[in-house]
Design a protein around this ligand. Structure first.
Ligand SMILES: Cc1cc2nc3c(=O)[nH]c(=O)nc-3n(C[C@H](O)[C@H](O)[C@H](O)COP(=O)(O)O)c2cc1C
Length: 168
C-alpha cells in the first residue's frame, strides 16, 4: 500500500473519513431551482453531472432526508445553475434555506421555474426519470434550453471553496 494510503469499507468507517475520500473529487457548484406549492425553491448541489449528449440528459441527487426533496421530486420542470467564482454567497444562501431569494436577481420561465441571472451556465430541464439511489434520489432531466456565458467556475473540493487555475 502506498505511503499514507488508508483503505476501509464505507459501512465500517467513520462517516467523516468516507466523506474525506469523496471530497477529494473536485466539483463545480450548482443551484437547482423549481417552482413548488410553497413558491420558488432553490438548493445548492454539487451532485450535478452530464449523462448523455444526444439526447441531452443531466442528473443531480437530492438527499431523501432533505425537507426540499419532495418538491423537487414532484417538479415537472427544474433548472440547474452553474455558479461563477463570484457567486459563493448564492451557494451558502441556498444551502441554508430553499425559499430565500433575497438579494438574488432572478425571473421565471414559462413553466414557473426560477432562473437565477448571471450564472456561468444554466440548464432548463423537464423531468425525464427518477431513480432511488440509497438515501438519495437521482433526478434525471432532459435539457430543453441551455445557456452559457464567459467566466470562471466556483470550485468545491475537500469541503472548501476555491477557484480554477489553469496549469502551465
Ligand atoms: C457545496 C455543497 C454541495 C451540496 N450538494 C448537495 C447535493 O448534491 N445533494 C443534496 O441533497 N444536498 C447537497 N447539499 C446540501 C444542501 O444544499 C442543503 O444544505 C440541504 O438540503 C439542507 O437540508 P434541507 O433541504 O432539509 O433544508 C450541498 C451543500 C453544499 C454547501
Amino acid at each position: 500500500m502506498a505511503d499514507g494510503e488508508r483503505s476501509f469499507r464505507p459501512e465500517e468507517a467513520d462517516a467523516a473519513v468516507y466523506r474525506q475520500a469523496l471530497g477529494k473529487f473536485a466539483t463545480g457548484v450548482t443551484v437547482v431551482t423549481c417552482d413548488s406549492a410553497l413558491g420558488p425553491l432553490g438548493m445548492t448541489a454539487n451532485s450535478f453531472t452530464s449523462i448523455s449528449l444526444d439526447p441531452a440528459l443531466v442528473l443531480w441527487s437530492p438527499a431523501r432526508a432533505s425537507k426540499r426533496c419532495a418538491a423537487f421530486e414532484a417538479a415537472e420542470h427544474f433548472a440547474i445553475h452553474v455558479l461563477a467564482q463570484s457567486q459563493k454567497e448564492y451557494c451558502q444562501q441556498f444551502a441554508n434555506e430553499g425559499d430565500n431569494f433575497d438579494g438574488v436577481r432572478w425571473n421565471q420561465n414559462d413553466d414557473g421555474v426560477p432562473l437565477i441571472e448571471n450564472c456561468l451556465a444554466r440548464f432548463q430541464c423537464k423531468q425525464h426519470a427518477i431513480h432511488v439511489g440509497g438515501d438519495h434520489l437521482i433526478i434525471v432531466g432532459k435539457v430543453i434550453t441551455a445557456s452559457v456565458r464567459d467566466g470562471n467556475p466556483l470550485v468545491f473540493s475537500k469541503g472548501e471553496f476555491g477557484q480554477f487555475t489553469r496549469m502551465e
